[in-house]
Design a protein around this ligand. Sequence first.
Ligand code: ZN
Ligand code: ZN
Length: 256
Amino acid sequence: MLFDSHAHLNDERFDEDRDELIKSLREKDVDLVVNPGADMETSRSAVELSNKYDFIYSAVGVHPHDVSNMTESDLEELKILAKSNDKVVAIGEIGLDYYYDLSPRDKQKYWFIKQIELANELNLPFIVHDRDAHGDTFDIIKKYKAPHTGCVLHSFSASAEMAKEYIKLGCHISIPGTVTFKNNKKTVNVVKETPLEWMFIETDSPYMTPVPYRGKRNDPSMVKYVAQKIALEKGISYEEVCNATKENAKRFFGIR
Ligand SMILES: [Zn+2]
Ligand SMILES: [Zn+2]
């Protein structure tokens, strides 16, 4: 019933109970999860995890936090990982993060573009991380995304107007748990203004835990709170939100 389009189940915060947790997800109505990579090591472990569980899929890519020392041979390895594993359904997560600025901005942009070009080449969609870099992220996607390549803005944090511009480029919008936070009017507005057919839901677990569990470790079962909030704000049923976001993401990632 629920498709968590973005969860880091390979994160060390799941080391103690990973298998147990994953096995419990179906009882909690989660039937599909995409686990993106964030650096070379977690790209490898994401693929491994997706090869172990039929309902978990993976993406490979290097996050802007970790591009400082990225090399051409890393890019080549991402390509090999994607080409040689059926469960890899996207390149990601890739993008720009000017909030933490953990990597120099010129390197962030360079490797964001390179990884978009890899997605174009492999005919895979890509998953974008954008924090406080809304203008540059949009400009790069507009310039480098091939028309045939899918793109999703994960944990969308820009405005409803930006969401509209992204949809014009054929990009999807993924709504995170922060939409449940009391003062997050901006994301609530995105939910109200964005057509359901362009929307995914996600946890970004173990981070971004929604209300009422804010402060605790997040996991894919909590994606239901995102769906509930969207249903409430759009005035439609919970089931409709679950089904539509699941079908959207399945089509996008090419999952049958
Ligand atoms: Zn992210
Ligand atoms: Zn993430």
